[in-house]
Design a protein around this ligand. Structure first.
Ligand code: NAP
Length: 322
């Protein structure tokens, strides 16, 4: 009897893990996907997934849009069902550590027995980067949030600050501008790094004001957020503005905790280094999506990574027996 619980274990079920599960199962591998929360990863908080190819919405004969692009949640759920349909098995587990003995990967949990696999794909993505300013942790859940789709509704018609200048900040601000006409984006530089079409929409949106060259120094309040202290990055000027909510979109940090126990090579920012086949320095251990170095960090590229990593894992597993 085989000592293996699966040929391929995939850790994380965001778009990269889901696509890897589908492609692994299609390659006839016994695939087990471990996810600590719910499937979908960061795609779950994308309100309108308009840049995913083929997800443009539907148009009538006159070119008028009759249904908008599907949300990240809807696309992720389809990916999940598709992977399951091909035979991938999903399980809710919080993997604690991992080791490799000979050609066997052993994944440990707090309470359950270890799982063994021939190959592993890590697709654990990334999590929000904190601004690390006074008041941020204290008011988290009391006006400070990292997800407009999750928490925006609590602040309908209120004064909302969005911090950051990337795609996430601009998308969150666009989403929030449908709930309130009083949104201010605070960004530390004098231009956005977000995609040009998105920046154009921000600049044309009457509900959104932009304060460039400004950072949030402190978030203040009582039981909940009342104000933010702002500082000019050029003139050093300090001001305080009333605010009911602060949505922080200052980027992400990779979730590589599990890789540490394997001594996987990381880049200078902590992302996992892979080759073009998404193989790491540990044979049989592959990385896909936002957790790997150099990723473009889009749903479409995460899904493509998943397919490549699963294909490479299948070739690696074949090589073990040939
Ligand atoms: P990001 O592109 O890294 O942008 C983070 C923003 O936060 C930057 O503008 C950065 O300022 C600012 N920032 C970072 N630390 C800060 C600090 N301590 N104080 C003040 N500002 C700070 O992160 P993201 O917007 O979360 O996006 C992450 C990745 O996901 C990107 O590759 C992005 O393209 C992708 N993404 C794509 C979509 C989409 O295509 N629909 C949506 C969301 C995210 P600087 O500009 O000065 O560095």
């Amino acid at each position: 009897m085989s000592c293996f619980d699966a040929d391929l274990i995939i850790i994380g079920a965001g778009p990269a893990g889901l696509a890897a599960a589908q492609y692994g199962a299609m390659a006839n591998l016994k695939v087990l996907v471990l996810e600590q929360l719910s499937c979908g990863g960061q795609a779950l908080v994308i309100d309108v997934l308009e840049n995913y190819p083929g997800n443009a919405g539907q148009f009538d004969a006159d070119g008028k849009m009759i249904s908008s692009p599907r949300s990240g949640y809807e696309v992720a759920m389809d990916m999940y069902r598709q992977a399951q349909g091909f035979g991938a098995v999903f399980s809710t587990f919080y993997a604690k550590s991992m080791k490799k003995e000979d050609d066997v990967f052993i994944i440990n949990f707090s309470d359950d027995k270890p799982l063994k696999a021939k190959a592993v794909i890590i697709a654990t993505g990334s999590k929000p980067r904190l601004l690390d300013i006074p008041g941020e942790k204290e008011f988290s859940g009391k006006g400070v949030s990292y997800c407009a789709v999750c928490d925006g509704n609590f602040f309908k018609g209120k004064k909302i600050i969005v911090a950051g200048g990337g795609d996430a900040a601009c998308e969150e601000a666009m989403y929030l501008s449908r709930l309130s006409d009083n949104i201010t984006i605070v960004h530390r530089r004098d231009s956005f790094r977000a995609q040009k079409t998105l920046v154009q929409r921000i600049m044309n949106n009457p509900n959104i004001k932009v304060r460039f060259n400004t950072v949030i120094k402190e978030i203040k309040g009582g039981k909940k957020v009342n104000s933010v202290v702002l500082s000019g990055t050029k003139d050093g000027g300090i001001s305080e503005e009333q605010a009911d909510a602060v949505f922080i979109c200052s980027g992400t940090v990779p979730q590589t905790g599990l890789a540490f126990s394997l001594n996987v090579e990381l880049d200078e920012n902590g992302y996992i280094v892979t080759d073009r086949n998404l193989a790491t320095n540990i044979a049989g251990f592959f990385a896909a999506g936002d957790v790997r170095s150099g990723a473009f960090r889009q749903v479409v590229t995460a899904a493509a990574d998943g397919a490549v990593a699963a294909h490479s894992a299948a070739e690696y597993i074949d090589s073990l027996t040939s």
